[in-house]
Design a protein around this ligand. Structure first.
Ligand code: SF4
Length: 528
């Protein structure tokens, strides 16, 4: 049974305050409560532990959903989160509202482990927001799991956030001077506290006011007792789309259900039709008066995360106006054009390398084969504390198909090399299965800089491409050849008539925000 936190659920004790006290006590030997950097330390410790536990891949940190006007809103939110499980596997939560009360339940674990029928039955109401998160384990993580429910001067507000804010230091300390009492160490609560302290007359004005004061990446959904809000940051870093479930009674039977989700694949499970993306800098409100929208910010160049197309988003999703499957197919084709090599088979590193490998194989005219099989039943939270055990971890996840690889010249397709340790094990595995040559092709440029916009990245010193030439990396991973997709090639693959601007900072080091508060958002491992 997952550990759960109940807030505002009739008949169930809310233990948030004792968790907060416990979390402060465990930090006390490290740093006095309230001391400068306390929050950075906590976040840094947590993020470092996360990366150790997660292997050599980048991790998205969140997926969000919202449902307005459905008799089984909690169940619809559950199904949406289930479809977004790839965006975060360590905690999940759903908050619902029935016009009077706002209940919130969150826990550690997979969506299906947390939200049994009994738990969903405790979440009444026709409105819901939900969140799934990549995070660490322990009580502080449970407290910081989302949605975050805050009883503010503007009433009860629940918020779920995908992304990372970057100008926190000033805002948080200013709010604390003004009397704000933070319930969590999460960035997301800053938005709610800004709303609570806004002098704007109406709630929607207060939300617009608060969103315009924070910088960084945020695709958020918020809920009060009777309204749902959805917004994206002015750069549009993370995806967020709106959909609609037709009223089953037909025209005239009542309003349709309005849904929001980080990725459109969530709509398919709900049988919702895709309506549109929320625009960068747009705030949408859904109430009994219908759907209204306003631009709270304009004039900022769009910088949507190109790595969503490379790796994070599901290929059956449509984000930033285009299908992810189409982008990845194009990346594979472009990679074949840029760095073709004579070979007998094209083999993807499953699962994320599959679509690019299909494109590569078709473009190169070389047979595609599933030469590596992934065990889908290995827990995503498999703890790998030592190098010796980590080696075992890769063999748990992947196994070579000997008869497809023996005696063959193999092109391996993967979507990234982070530290290089996993790539080396995979190359060795393929060679150990009898391949005569192993050529590694990566469907994006070398990752040379950490992400500050909601993706868990190791520090620069741990990124192999930040510190080594491509030839040095090739030598380290023991491949016969190594090539990455060029930056121009990648941008061509995601370009279309929508003319979306993309963030490519992890490949270039050019960050689209004005400044980055490094003290507050040190990437994993840099703090320790
Ligand atoms: Fe995406 Fe990389 Fe930009 Fe982060 S730095 S938002 S991962 S493109």
């Amino acid at each position: 049974m997952s550990r759960l936190l109940f807030q505002g659920v009739p008949g169930v004790t809310d233990v948030s305050e004792s968790l907060r006290a416990q979390s402060r006590r465990s930090l006390a030997p490290l740093l006095p409560a309230g001391a400068p950097g306390e929050r950075s330390l906590l976040a840094g410790v947590a993020r470092s532990l996360e990366f150790v536990a997660s292997g050599d891949k980048l991790h998205e940190e969140c997926g969000v959903v919202a449902i307005y006007g459905h008799p089984h809103a909690a169940r619809e939110a559950y199904l949406s989160l289930y479809a977004l499980q790839h965006r975060g596997q360590e905690s999940a939560g759903i908050a619902t509202a029935d016009g009077h009360h706002l209940a919130n339940i969150k826990g550690m674990g997979l969506v299906s482990e947390i939200f049994t029928d009994d738990v969903l039955a405790k979440l009444p109401g026709k409105m819901a927001i939900g969140h799934t998160r990549y995070s660490t384990t322990g009580d502080s993580a449970l407290l910081n799991a989302q949605p975050i429910r805050v009883d503010s001067t503007k009433g009860l507000i629940a918020i779920a956030h995908n992304g990372n804010l970057v100008n926190l230091g000033n805002v948080r300390s200013r709010l604390e001077r003004e009397g704000a009492y933070f319930q969590t160490t999460s960035d997301s609560e800053i938005i709610v506290q800004l709303i609570a302290h806004s002098s704007a007359g109406s709630l929607v004005d207060a939300i617009a006011d608060s969103l315009s004061q924070v910088e960084g990446a945020f695709s958020i959904v918020m809920m009060t007792r009777d309204r749902i809000f959805a917004a994206r940051d002015p750069h549009g870093f993370r995806p967020l789309s709106m959909g609609r479930i037709k009223n089953p009674g037909g025209p005239g039977a009542g309003p349709d259900t309005v849904v929001f989700a980080s990725e459109s694949c969530a709509f398919d499970l709900l049988r919702a039709e895709f309506v549109r993306d929320i625009l960068p800098g747009e705030l949408v409100m859904v109430s009994e008066d219908g759907v209204t929208s306003r631009q709270y910010a304009s004039g900022t160049p769009q910088s949507s995360c190109v790595f969503e197309h490379v790796y994070f988003a599901r290929p059956d999703s449509r984000i930033f106006g285009r299908w992810v499957q189409e982008s990845r197919d194009q990346m594979g084709r472009q990679l074949a054009r840029e760095s073709g090599v004579a070979a007998d088979v094209v083999v993807p590193v499953p699962d994320s390398g599959v679509t690019a490998a299909l494109g590569y194989a078709e473009e190169a005219g070389i047979p595609f084969r599933f030469g590596l099989i992934r065990n889908h039943y290995v827990g995503r939270t498999f703890i790998e504390p030592e190098q010796r055990v980590r080696d075992f971890g890769v063999r748990l996840k992947l196994n070579p198909v000997h008869n497809l690889l023996a005696g063959k010249r193999v092109i391996l397709i993967d979507d990234s090399i982070i530290r290089g340790t996993t790539s080396r094990k995979i190359v060795r595995m393929v060679r150990g299965a009898g391949a005569t040559e192993v050529h590694l092709r990566i469907s994006c440029p070398p990752t040379i800089s950490p992400c500050y916009y909601g993706v868990d990245t190791p520090s620069k010193k741990e990124l192999i491409a930040a510190n080594n030439s491509i030839e040095e990396i090739r030598h380290y991973i023991e491949a016969d050849s190594l090539a990455y997709l060029s930056l121009d090639g990648l941008l061509q693959c995601v370009h279309d008539e929508n003319n979306v601007g993309y963030c490519t900072a992890c490949y270039t080091g050019n960050y689209p925000t004005q400044w980055v508060d490094v003290e507050d958002i040190l990437p994993a491992a840099a703090v320790l």
